[in-house]
Design a protein around this ligand. Sequence first.
Ligand code: SF4
Length: 352
Amino acid sequence: MRQLAKFMAFRTKILAWYEQHKRDLPWRTDKNPYTVWLSEVILQQTRVEQGMPYFNRFKERYPRIVDLAEASQDEVLKLWQGLGYYSRARNMLFTANYIQNELNGVFPTTAKELVQLKGVGEYTASAIASICFDEAVAVVDGNVYRVLSRYFGESLPINSSEGIKAFKELANSVMDKQHPGDYNQGIMEFGSLMCIPQNPDCVSCPLNRSCIAYNSNRVAELPVKLKKTKVVTKYHNYMVVLDSNERIVLEQRKGKGIWNGLYQFPLLESDVNVTQAQVEKHLKSFPYIKEYELSLFNQEAIIHKLSHRKLLAHFWIIQLNYPIEKAIPKSQLTNFAVPVLIANFLKAFKIY
Ligand code: SF4
């Protein structure tokens, strides 16, 4: 009984706080599932301030799902450039095509159906179902974990299977089933603006009287997260092949990596640093390279950090004194979607 009263007080305060403090965000103007889906995909692993210009660009270029479904992968990746986690963009395009062509352009309306779509996880499915279709399913993202963990003093690790299950149950028990959309947005907004990761302003928090973490001095300890898997270091040696007409060779990445579909210079990847002699040996396998001048653009490796990898990048300039067919004029390079690492090089090399 006491627990029920605590749940009720919690949800009432979250809704009241949200009503007063919600930000005026462009995807909150209507309950269109396409708009909400687009915003949720863009905002995964991305801060609102960083994601907002991308959302606006995508919404302007593709106002309806049919417009996105008709776009090419190259065009979508180019618009996505700089946001990272490129599989999100590829899955988004796949799903737009699927909804347009297989579901006659109509979004599924329940979380159970939505989660079947490629790239749509439980979190996004719950967000769309609750915001657009009033389904009483709780969202559980990083903000929700933090708020629930602190307020209810739940110390199970949020990235353990036991913790994930317990937080999901707690989130569904505590949510306001009469106003699922506003409640879900409210708790996420509360986590993002009030119950922030570092040094939240607990003294001004409307939940402080009954917040277990605050009253037991455990705010900095919660939520608990198990240590991440080890980050692997890789060496990326990019072969920047320039022909006599100042054109450059670009290749599209294939396979399953996060940069799949993006463009880059021919790459020699290794676990240890390579020498100039090894680069020269590698160049022998290029059918279009005969005579050349080789120089290293950056003596010191450029460090590029990804969630699971640390890349140490070197750019080798291979100047040819004859033209090659597959090279691309410098003026056209901006049309290709490239990883930020390559885009930064192109800027430093004065091509962008
Ligand atoms: S009192 Fe502090 S820790 Fe507790 S919910 Fe409020 S901001 Fe979060």
